[in-house]
Design a protein around this ligand. Structure first.
Ligand code: GCV
Length: 723
């Protein structure tokens, strides 16, 4: 039977045994639960702090005492100040003092100090203020414990309606989670899925949310909930959820009061409304603004926010990419001041590459917050190594030109260009009950990167990668010289990280292609996937539009006119294939297979070469990884080796599936320097349905992977948090 993933077991066992033999005596092993907080030794320090020690300050003192790597016996003063140059969570740092206007600022300053010590960065007079006021993780966790698009086990918050009691393990896990977040500046968590069950607002669930909030509070993490807009009907048994109905408002008012009684510092609601079948104000002839404002007014006396998502699109519209802008721009100016519009980085849906959403910068009278996706729904899930900082940076640095040159997405959303009262950024979390939280070691880097960028959106991907690699791996290799470790581990692995997103784009969807996935799993390729009865905009042919004449979605002025949603000079640039960035060419244009690229190649040849390059880059990564074996413990070495093994197979499947399928339209042969496909299209089309739709894991790998918490047959995760 066709199986691109066989014969792996023996090779991996040999690798594992060799890895254990070679490095078990020199590198300390870890199960990954400590994430980037791995430092193992400290020197003595005197911490001077004000007399009244709150839980937050107590944490700051403990962290400093346990983690100090500076001169032995040094004295460090933690001091609440009244410093105009500091924003709410900001801090000032020098070799003897941490100053901040708030206790939380002190805690952030302590984490920054320790990070600098561990990553060998100087501690001069540092002033640090967060880019965004609200730096929030969105958990797509359901009350029954499953996680939508979660690839790291069950929810850390919920276990089902019959398991609402709070255990000591739960509390410890939530504190560990809070500590990790605080260490990178994250200050909010939406505890449940945007596809929200109305049950989340039931008294028993709210009690559990309050217990979670209690553990998170000392670390400065506010909790938020996603709500179902039909809760008044579904939970409250009213006859309507019309936002302008008095009884509906009264129901929300009572519910909000109940929430704040339990959670006095509750952050507010996140709302997915009239999107992908979810209920919303439009069901009652009302607008998004009507719905959001009703909730905002009720939350306002308590200081709560409404984060209202702009992820909306209707079936059968001529271009899904245009719809959020079309619906929300006319509402600009109508939202009350505690509403923030939450906008995904691209106009479609967290694809490997998209242009930035045209809503950024264009909504001028409403705060807009970027929504990034940390969980790798469309980027290989738990099975592929893809570092997402470059993707997010690409979006944040994009110039919208809305207020002249330099109006980057970052500046349009972080409060530096539009002076709204609030600024915020959200990341869809990749966290679950897996012992290492994220399903694989390198996925932790994406959680880290989100927090660091939310705090400082001008950090470079390289800086973040360096920090994360040092914090995660260096302390276990204390026996290696700094020079050797940097040259032989940091440098090659940094290269793998920094290149990984571009490699994934190449082997999945180069040149602006997007949404080529087979079915709803969003994992493997399916440019052919178009079963009868499925909405066209849920099938790849809608997006790639391949035919005998060419390929790509025409969003130009001759096509869907999506280019018109961008400010000049982008509009003209995107509209003209000769000057459109080639990375986005097929996003904006349908072009002939023989179209000449800037390097003189035909579009077809270039497409084939990019697919081929993507595969080869993963092979290079495999070789680089093999070289770092002595610098990492056996378990993590093998885990990543397995992952890269699978990634190379996946990349080959992507390349072969896409090239062979598109070749059925182009009728052109592959350029001679491109490796011929190893699989047959007809087999891949079958394999896709059989293997990937069934269950993602491949049994050989599943039995080898030591940290797995999934049942290989059903994919159902079990709780592995047993510390
Ligand atoms: C939570 C995509 C994902 C869905 C997700 C949705 C959203 O469609 O596939 O799982 O639902 O986006 O962001 O609301």
């Amino acid at each position: 039977m066709f199986d691109p993933y066989n014969n792996h077991t023996c090779r991996s066992i040999v690798t594992l045994v060799l890895a254990i033999l070679f490095n078990s005596w020199s590198v300390q092993a870890t199960d990954g639960h400590d994430l980037w907080l791995t430092q193992q030794s400290s020197t003595a320090i005197n911490v001077v702090c004000q007399a009244r020690i709150s839980p937050t300050l107590a944490i700051a003192v403990k962290e400093l005492t346990n983690g100090w790597q500076g001169p032995k016996g040094a004295t460090m003063t933690l001091k609440i100040s009244n410093d105009n140059s500091l924003k709410k969570d900001g801090f000032r740092l020098n070799p003897t003092e941490v100053h901040a206007n708030t206790e939380l600022g002190i805690l952030y300053g302590v984490y920054e100090l320790l990070r600098r010590q561990q990553t060998k960065q100087p501690v001069h007079d540092i002033v640090s203020n967060p880019s965004y006021m609200y730096r929030i993780l969105n958990h797509w966790d359901n009350p029954d414990g499953t996680v939508e698009r979660g690839y790291a086990g069950h929810s850390i918050f919920w276990k089902g309606k019959d398991h609402l009691e709070v255990t000591a393990d739960d509390k410890r896990l939530w504190r560990d989670y809070a500590r990790a977040n605080a260490s990178i500046g994250i200050n909010g968590a939406v505890l449940n899925n945007v596809n929200a069950s109305p049950d989340i607002l039931s008294a028993s669930m709210l009690n559990r949310a309050a217990a979670i909030a209690k553990e998170l509070r000392p670390y400065g993490i506010q909790v938020y909930l996603s709500i179902n807009f039909s809760s008044p009907v579904l939970l409250g048994h009213l006859s309507t959820s019309d936002p302008l109905d008095k009884n509906v408002m009264a129901w929300w008012d009572t519910k909000v009061r109940e929430i704040y009684r339990l959670i006095p510092d509750f952050g507010g609601f996140l709302v997915k409304a009239n999107s992908e079948g979810s209920p919303g104000p439009q069901d009652y002839g009302r607008t998004h603004a009507d719905g959001a404002n009703m909730l905002a007014d009720i939350l306002k006396p308590y200081g709560g926010l409404v984060m209202w998502r702009a992820f909306v699109y209707r079936a059968n519209d001529n271009d899904r990419a245009k719809q959020a802008y079309t619906e929300f721009i006319p509402l600009d100016g109508q939202f009350h001041d505690n509403v923030i519009i939450q906008v995904k980085n691209g106009p479609i849906d967290f694809q490997p590459r998209e242009p930035f959403s045209p809503l950024f910068g264009a909504m001028k009278r409403t705060p807009v917050m970027p929504e990034l996706q940390i969980t790798q729904e469309y980027l290989g899930q738990r099975h592929q190594l893809v570092f997402l900082a470059p993707l997010w940076k690409e979006c944040l640095q994009s110039d919208t030109y809305q207020q002249g040159p330099g109006s980057t997405v970052a500046r349009c959303t972080d409060g530096s260009l539009y002076r709204h009262r609030y600024s915020a950024i959200a990341g869809v979390a990749n966290i679950g009950l897996d012992q290492n939280w994220c399903g694989n070691t390198f996925a932790q880097a994406n959680w880290y990167a989100f927090g660091r960028l939310a705090w400082n959106d001008s950090l470079s991907s390289r800086q973040i990668a360096d920090e994360w690699l040092r914090l995660t791996f260096r302390s276990a290799t204390a026996g290696f010289s700094e020079e050797g470790w940097t040259k032989n581990f940091l440098s090659p692995v940094r290269h793998i990280l920094l290149q990984s997103r571009e490699s994934a784009v190449s082997y999945m969807m180069p040149l602006g292609l997007h949404h080529l996935f087979a079915g709803n799993h969003h994992y493997g390729p399916g440019p052919w996937y178009a079963p009868k009865g499925v909405r066209p905009d849920w099938t790849p042919p809608y997006y790639h539009q391949a035919d005998s004449a060419g390929i790509g979605f025409d969003r130009s002025s001759k096509g869907s006119l999506a280019v018109a949603q961008y400010h000049e000079p982008l509009q003209s640039q995107f509209d003209n294939p000769d000057v459109c960035p080639e990375t986005l060419l097929l996003w904006f244009h349908h072009l002939p297979w023989t179209y000449r690229m800037k390097n003189g190649q035909t579009l077809w040849d270039e497409l084939c070469r990019l697919y081929d390059r993507g595969v080869k880059e993963i092979r290079d990564d495999q070789k680089s990884w093999d070289q770092v074996q002595s610098y990492i413990d056996a378990a993590r070495f093998t885990e990543v080796k397995n992952e890269l093994w699978r990634q190379e197979k996946d990349a080959q499947v992507w390349k072969d599936g896409c090239i062979l399928y598109f070749q059925s339209f182009s009728r052109l042969s592959l350029p001679p320097d491109v490796e011929p496909p190893v699989y047959k299209l007809e087999n891949l089309m079958k394999a896709d349905m059989l293997q990937i739709n069934n269950v993602l894991p491949f049994s050989a790998e599943e039995t080898l992977r030591k940290d797995t918490n999934e049942n290989a047959q059903t994919g159902v995760p079990i709780n592995t948090y047993q510390k």
